[in-house]
Write a protein that binds this ligand. Sequence first.
Ligand code: DQA
Length: 146
Amino acid sequence: ARILVLHGPNLNLLGTREPGVYGAVTLEQINARLVQQASELGHQLQALQSNAEHELIARIHATREDGTRFIIINPAAFTHTSVAIRDALLAVSIPFIEVHLSNVYKREPFRHHSYFSDVAEGVICGLGAEGYTLALQAAAHRIEEN
Ligand code: DQA
């Protein structure tokens, strides 16, 4: 099945961006690992990173036509601001898992609220890049169950 991974703003800088918080792994490395893992599980994975809210929303809308069965999303800073991305996910009604590299609960209070968590299938945070592989594993299980 088709699985979509969405990465929000500034995640294109992974590897050099606050490595103490976000780790040394680059987004390319994360995506390459996920594509590989998905194909081993018999699925096709596509990833998109954007710094623009409207591009993430447009990609979510496009899932209505491309057969996407599951979404894994790290909305990054949009986690704490974007009613619009939340509404897009609800509009297409495709199940999703929310991932954060850092443990947002250890950080500033403004990172403790998410516009996504109450409508996500699940939330993974604080486990670094491993969070994405765990999310993909869970997504694959859920696709098999349905
Ligand atoms: C993040 C946490 C957000 O608070 C932050 O704005 C990010 C990344 C994470 O993966 O830990 O850009 O989503």
